[in-house]
Design a protein. Sequence first.
Lengths: 208, 77
Amino acid sequence: MARMKFLCDAERCIECNGCVTACKQEHEIPWGVNRRRVVTLNDGVPGEKSISVACMHCSDAPCMAVCPVDCFYKTSEGVVLHDKDLCIGCGYCFYACPFGAPQFPQDGAFGLRGKMDKCTFCAGGPELDFSAAEFRKYGRNRLAEGKLPACAEMCSTKALLGGDSDVISDIYRNRVLKRGKGSEVWGWGTAYGKPEQKPAAQPGATKS
Amino acid sequence: MRRALFIAAGAVLAWGLAGCGEKPTATVYKQGQYQGKPDKQPWDNDQFKGDRVAWEQQIKRRNDGQNEYARATPSAN
Protein backbone atom coordinates (compact mmCIF):
# COMPACT_ATOMS: atom_id res chain seq x y z
CA MET A 1 0.00 0.00 0.00
CA ALA A 2 1.37 3.36 -0.99
CA ARG A 3 0.65 6.49 0.96
CA MET A 4 -2.71 8.23 1.16
CA LYS A 5 -3.11 11.60 -0.54
CA PHE A 6 -5.77 14.12 -1.55
CA LEU A 7 -5.97 15.54 -5.05
CA CYS A 8 -8.42 18.24 -6.15
CA ASP A 9 -9.18 18.71 -9.83
CA ALA A 10 -9.92 22.43 -10.32
CA GLU A 11 -11.32 21.71 -13.79
CA ARG A 12 -14.08 19.64 -12.24
CA CYS A 13 -14.89 21.30 -8.90
CA ILE A 14 -18.25 23.07 -9.16
CA GLU A 15 -18.15 24.63 -5.67
CA CYS A 16 -21.14 22.58 -4.53
CA ASN A 17 -19.66 22.19 -1.02
CA GLY A 18 -20.76 18.56 -0.99
CA CYS A 19 -17.36 17.58 0.46
CA VAL A 20 -17.72 20.14 3.25
CA THR A 21 -21.21 18.89 4.07
CA ALA A 22 -20.16 15.24 3.92
CA CYS A 23 -17.30 15.93 6.35
CA LYS A 24 -19.50 17.92 8.73
CA GLN A 25 -22.18 15.25 8.72
CA GLU A 26 -19.84 12.26 8.94
CA HIS A 27 -17.94 13.48 11.98
CA GLU A 28 -20.61 15.69 13.55
CA ILE A 29 -18.23 18.64 13.45
CA PRO A 30 -19.30 21.48 15.77
CA TRP A 31 -20.36 24.90 14.55
CA GLY A 32 -17.39 27.12 13.75
CA VAL A 33 -15.02 24.30 12.82
CA ASN A 34 -14.40 23.48 9.17
CA ARG A 35 -12.10 20.56 8.58
CA ARG A 36 -12.68 21.03 4.85
CA ARG A 37 -13.69 24.05 2.82
CA VAL A 38 -14.02 25.08 -0.79
CA VAL A 39 -11.93 28.03 -1.97
CA THR A 40 -12.86 29.85 -5.17
CA LEU A 41 -10.36 31.95 -7.08
CA ASN A 42 -11.63 34.88 -9.16
CA ASP A 43 -15.12 34.32 -7.81
CA GLY A 44 -17.77 35.69 -10.13
CA VAL A 45 -15.33 36.21 -13.00
CA PRO A 46 -15.76 33.97 -16.05
CA GLY A 47 -13.25 31.14 -15.78
CA GLU A 48 -13.30 31.06 -11.97
CA LYS A 49 -11.75 27.99 -10.39
CA SER A 50 -12.63 26.24 -7.14
CA ILE A 51 -10.66 23.78 -5.08
CA SER A 52 -11.53 21.81 -1.99
CA VAL A 53 -8.95 22.32 0.76
CA ALA A 54 -8.28 20.47 4.00
CA CYS A 55 -5.28 18.91 5.72
CA MET A 56 -3.23 17.41 2.88
CA HIS A 57 -1.34 15.02 5.17
CA CYS A 58 1.96 16.40 3.86
CA SER A 59 5.02 14.29 3.21
CA ASP A 60 7.13 16.57 5.40
CA ALA A 61 4.39 18.05 7.57
CA PRO A 62 5.41 21.41 9.08
CA CYS A 63 2.80 21.04 11.84
CA MET A 64 4.69 18.01 13.14
CA ALA A 65 7.92 19.98 13.21
CA VAL A 66 6.63 23.02 15.09
CA CYS A 67 4.42 21.28 17.67
CA PRO A 68 5.96 22.06 21.09
CA VAL A 69 4.37 19.02 22.75
CA ASP A 70 4.98 16.59 19.84
CA CYS A 71 1.39 15.43 19.69
CA PHE A 72 1.51 14.61 15.95
CA TYR A 73 2.26 11.23 14.45
CA LYS A 74 2.13 9.72 10.99
CA THR A 75 0.49 6.40 10.29
CA SER A 76 2.02 3.74 8.07
CA GLU A 77 -0.36 4.95 5.32
CA GLY A 78 1.06 8.48 5.54
CA VAL A 79 -1.91 10.01 7.37
CA VAL A 80 -0.93 12.81 9.77
CA LEU A 81 -2.88 12.49 13.02
CA HIS A 82 -2.58 14.00 16.49
CA ASP A 83 -3.35 13.18 20.09
CA LYS A 84 -5.91 15.64 21.46
CA ASP A 85 -5.10 14.64 25.02
CA LEU A 86 -1.64 16.15 24.55
CA CYS A 87 -2.56 19.18 22.43
CA ILE A 88 -2.38 22.47 24.36
CA GLY A 89 -4.10 24.54 21.66
CA CYS A 90 -1.10 26.85 21.21
CA GLY A 91 -1.84 27.42 17.52
CA TYR A 92 1.73 27.00 16.24
CA CYS A 93 0.52 24.36 13.77
CA PHE A 94 -1.99 26.83 12.36
CA TYR A 95 0.79 29.30 11.55
CA ALA A 96 3.00 26.57 10.09
CA CYS A 97 0.36 24.94 7.90
CA PRO A 98 0.38 26.19 4.29
CA PHE A 99 -3.24 25.10 3.86
CA GLY A 100 -4.79 26.64 6.99
CA ALA A 101 -5.99 23.19 8.03
CA PRO A 102 -5.79 23.30 11.84
CA GLN A 103 -9.02 24.50 13.41
CA PHE A 104 -9.56 25.65 16.97
CA PRO A 105 -13.03 25.31 18.46
CA GLN A 106 -14.09 27.77 21.13
CA ASP A 107 -13.66 26.16 24.51
CA GLY A 108 -15.47 27.65 27.49
CA ALA A 109 -16.15 31.29 28.17
CA PHE A 110 -14.33 34.38 26.85
CA GLY A 111 -13.52 32.75 23.51
CA LEU A 112 -10.81 30.49 24.89
CA ARG A 113 -9.14 28.40 22.23
CA GLY A 114 -9.76 24.69 22.47
CA LYS A 115 -7.67 21.76 21.31
CA MET A 116 -6.76 21.66 17.66
CA ASP A 117 -9.08 19.84 15.29
CA LYS A 118 -8.30 18.91 11.70
CA CYS A 119 -9.04 16.47 8.92
CA THR A 120 -8.04 12.94 9.93
CA PHE A 121 -8.39 11.43 6.43
CA CYS A 122 -11.34 9.72 8.17
CA ALA A 123 -8.80 7.63 10.10
CA GLY A 124 -9.86 8.48 13.66
CA GLY A 125 -7.10 8.94 16.20
CA PRO A 126 -5.19 7.32 19.03
CA GLU A 127 -8.21 5.81 20.75
CA LEU A 128 -9.80 2.38 20.51
CA ASP A 129 -11.19 1.95 16.98
CA PHE A 130 -14.94 2.63 16.69
CA SER A 131 -15.12 3.70 20.36
CA ALA A 132 -17.26 6.60 21.58
CA ALA A 133 -14.11 8.43 22.71
CA GLU A 134 -12.60 8.16 19.24
CA PHE A 135 -15.74 9.49 17.58
CA ARG A 136 -16.10 12.36 20.06
CA LYS A 137 -12.49 13.51 19.69
CA TYR A 138 -11.60 12.66 16.11
CA GLY A 139 -14.76 11.62 14.28
CA ARG A 140 -15.58 8.43 12.48
CA ASN A 141 -12.84 5.98 11.55
CA ARG A 142 -13.82 5.08 7.99
CA LEU A 143 -10.34 3.85 7.08
CA ALA A 144 -10.63 1.08 9.68
CA GLU A 145 -13.97 0.18 8.06
CA GLY A 146 -12.18 -0.26 4.73
CA LYS A 147 -13.57 2.98 3.34
CA LEU A 148 -11.99 6.15 1.98
CA PRO A 149 -12.66 9.69 3.24
CA ALA A 150 -16.30 10.72 3.04
CA CYS A 151 -15.52 13.99 1.23
CA ALA A 152 -13.82 12.23 -1.70
CA GLU A 153 -16.34 9.41 -1.91
CA MET A 154 -19.26 11.85 -1.81
CA CYS A 155 -17.85 14.22 -4.46
CA SER A 156 -20.44 14.30 -7.22
CA THR A 157 -18.07 15.32 -10.03
CA LYS A 158 -15.15 13.31 -8.63
CA ALA A 159 -13.12 16.51 -8.54
CA LEU A 160 -11.81 15.55 -5.13
CA LEU A 161 -9.90 12.30 -5.16
CA GLY A 162 -8.60 10.74 -1.97
CA GLY A 163 -6.74 7.50 -1.47
CA ASP A 164 -3.69 5.60 -2.57
CA SER A 165 -1.43 8.12 -4.31
CA ASP A 166 -0.53 5.75 -7.16
CA VAL A 167 -4.16 5.09 -8.03
CA ILE A 168 -5.45 8.66 -7.79
CA SER A 169 -2.47 9.96 -9.75
CA ASP A 170 -3.27 7.47 -12.51
CA ILE A 171 -6.93 8.50 -12.53
CA TYR A 172 -5.94 12.16 -12.83
CA ARG A 173 -3.33 11.51 -15.51
CA ASN A 174 -5.89 9.64 -17.58
CA ARG A 175 -8.33 12.54 -17.25
CA VAL A 176 -5.78 15.12 -18.33
CA LEU A 177 -4.81 13.04 -21.35
CA LYS A 178 -8.47 12.65 -22.37
CA ARG A 179 -9.45 16.30 -21.97
CA GLY A 180 -6.07 17.72 -23.02
CA LYS A 181 -5.89 20.48 -20.39
CA GLY A 182 -5.85 21.25 -16.68
CA SER A 183 -2.78 19.31 -15.65
CA GLU A 184 -2.01 21.63 -12.72
CA VAL A 185 -2.75 20.13 -9.32
CA TRP A 186 -2.80 23.02 -6.86
CA GLY A 187 -1.14 22.32 -3.56
CA TRP A 188 0.32 19.00 -4.67
CA GLY A 189 3.92 20.27 -4.77
CA THR A 190 3.53 22.13 -1.48
CA ALA A 191 2.16 19.07 0.27
CA TYR A 192 4.02 16.22 -1.36
CA GLY A 193 7.01 17.92 -3.03
CA LYS A 194 9.42 17.04 -0.24
CA PRO A 195 10.72 13.60 0.68
CA GLU A 196 8.61 11.62 3.09
CA GLN A 197 9.51 12.55 6.66
CA LYS A 198 9.08 9.83 9.20
CA PRO A 199 9.41 10.84 12.84
CA ALA A 200 11.25 8.56 15.21
CA ALA A 201 8.93 5.89 16.56
CA GLN A 202 7.69 6.11 20.12
CA PRO A 203 8.31 2.84 21.95
CA GLY A 204 5.08 0.86 21.90
CA ALA A 205 3.52 2.95 19.16
CA THR A 206 2.46 0.98 16.12
CA LYS A 207 1.66 4.05 14.03
CA SER A 208 4.61 6.34 13.68
CA MET B 1 48.79 61.78 16.19
CA ARG B 2 49.81 58.80 14.05
CA ARG B 3 49.10 56.50 16.95
CA ALA B 4 45.58 57.91 17.23
CA LEU B 5 45.08 57.45 13.49
CA PHE B 6 46.21 53.82 13.69
CA ILE B 7 43.82 53.16 16.56
CA ALA B 8 40.96 54.85 14.68
CA ALA B 9 41.74 52.89 11.48
CA GLY B 10 41.89 49.62 13.47
CA ALA B 11 38.54 50.38 15.10
CA VAL B 12 36.93 51.14 11.71
CA LEU B 13 38.39 47.94 10.26
CA ALA B 14 37.12 45.86 13.18
CA TRP B 15 33.69 47.49 12.92
CA GLY B 16 33.56 46.86 9.17
CA LEU B 17 34.54 43.22 9.52
CA ALA B 18 32.01 42.62 12.30
CA GLY B 19 29.28 42.14 9.67
CA CYS B 20 31.16 39.16 8.23
CA GLY B 21 30.67 37.22 11.44
CA GLU B 22 26.89 37.29 11.29
CA LYS B 23 25.32 33.96 12.22
CA PRO B 24 22.59 32.46 10.01
CA THR B 25 19.18 33.15 11.52
CA ALA B 26 17.07 30.76 9.43
CA THR B 27 15.32 28.18 11.60
CA VAL B 28 16.10 24.56 11.03
CA TYR B 29 13.08 22.48 11.98
CA LYS B 30 13.68 19.13 13.55
CA GLN B 31 11.03 16.47 13.72
CA GLY B 32 10.13 15.66 17.29
CA GLN B 33 9.28 12.29 18.71
CA TYR B 34 5.60 11.52 19.17
CA GLN B 35 4.72 11.72 22.84
CA GLY B 36 1.07 10.66 22.70
CA LYS B 37 -0.82 7.41 22.98
CA PRO B 38 -0.07 4.59 20.51
CA ASP B 39 -2.61 3.88 17.81
CA LYS B 40 -3.51 0.61 16.13
CA GLN B 41 -3.32 -0.24 12.46
CA PRO B 42 -6.61 0.15 10.57
CA TRP B 43 -6.86 -3.60 9.96
CA ASP B 44 -6.42 -4.49 13.65
CA ASN B 45 -10.12 -4.57 14.51
CA ASP B 46 -13.12 -6.90 14.61
CA GLN B 47 -13.99 -6.25 10.98
CA PHE B 48 -10.66 -7.25 9.42
CA LYS B 49 -9.25 -9.29 12.31
CA GLY B 50 -5.68 -8.24 11.54
CA ASP B 51 -5.93 -9.28 7.88
CA ARG B 52 -3.93 -6.56 6.15
CA VAL B 53 -4.41 -8.03 2.69
CA ALA B 54 -8.20 -8.02 3.04
CA TRP B 55 -8.10 -4.40 4.18
CA GLU B 56 -5.85 -3.38 1.29
CA GLN B 57 -8.12 -5.14 -1.20
CA GLN B 58 -11.13 -3.32 0.20
CA ILE B 59 -9.32 0.04 0.00
CA LYS B 60 -8.16 -0.72 -3.55
CA ARG B 61 -11.74 -1.45 -4.59
CA ARG B 62 -12.78 1.91 -3.14
CA ASN B 63 -9.83 3.62 -4.84
CA ASP B 64 -10.75 2.20 -8.22
CA GLY B 65 -14.37 3.19 -7.64
CA GLN B 66 -13.31 6.82 -7.99
CA ASN B 67 -12.35 6.27 -11.62
CA GLU B 68 -15.51 6.86 -13.61
CA TYR B 69 -13.69 6.00 -16.86
CA ALA B 70 -13.36 2.46 -15.52
CA ARG B 71 -16.91 2.38 -14.12
CA ALA B 72 -18.74 3.62 -17.20
CA THR B 73 -17.07 1.69 -19.98
CA PRO B 74 -18.40 2.77 -23.39
CA SER B 75 -20.25 0.02 -25.24
CA ALA B 76 -18.69 -1.51 -28.35
CA ASN B 77 -21.57 -0.63 -30.70
